[in-house]
Design a binder for this molecule. Structure first.
Ligand SMILES: [Fe+2]
Ligand SMILES: [Fe+2]
Length: 195
């Protein structure tokens, strides 16, 4: 059985390029659930997904690198969904997996397992289930982490985060929305190819 330290090492080993990507830093400036940033949440989901793969003895059935990368990128939507001035995040729960996939495809080369696991991680809120075991591990780890984070007492005393540095583009706003819409077409195409 893998120890907690080893699980952290695996996540940082297989997810190094994701964790060190400049746009991943946006996630450190946005809360996801409670007092946990999207970056922290993503690392937690990756660690928990690896933990489940280990404890459920799934090593022969799981591609570890894909599992870690899909978990780290599952919420790569790159905006703060708590601020909804123009109403564009009203359907965040339903729309953010596609936004995350669009952004991830812009910044990384993703295999079909990673793409599908990101796009389907909100199942059953979004009706199409994951196609791969990695996707089920990500969605299970995500729900458990999100529940823990949301109901943590720390949410009552969370500090104000520094704003996102101007040079790191958020994916909402008019200019980048155009870019994102273009990317949505790509995600749509990618979605077709992984069916
Ligand atoms: Fe999500
Ligand atoms: Fe999540």
């Amino acid at each position: 059985m893998l120890a907690r330290q080893r699980i952290h090492e695996i996540v940082h080993e297989y997810g190094r390029d994701v964790l060190e990507h400049e746009r991943m830093r946006i996630e450190k400036h946005c809360y996801q659930h409670g007092a946990v940033t999207t970056f922290e949440h993503s690392v937690r989901v990756a660690c928990l997904a690896v933990y489940f793969a280990d404890r459920l003895h799934l090593w022969r059935h799981v591609d570890l690198r894909s599992l870690v990368r899909a978990a780290l990128l599952h919420d790569y939507f790159l905006y703060d969904w708590h601020y909804d001035g123009d109403g564009s995040h009203k359907l965040h729960g339903f729309t953010h997996p596609r936004r995350a996939l669009t952004n991830a495809l812009h910044d990384f080369d993703l295999n079909p397992v990673e793409r599908d696991s990101i796009l389907r991680h909100m199942f059953p809120l979004t009706p199409v289930p994951p196609r791969y075991i990695e996707g089920y591990l990500v969605t299970m780890a995500d729900k458990i982490s999100a529940t823990r984070e949301t109901f943590s007492m720390a949410r009552f005393s969370k500090p104000q985060l520094d704003p996102v540095p101007a040079r790191l583009a958020l994916t909402d706003g008019s200019e980048s929305a155009q870019k994102t819409n273009d990317g949505d077409d790509e995600a749509e195409h990618q979605e077709e190819t992984i069916r």
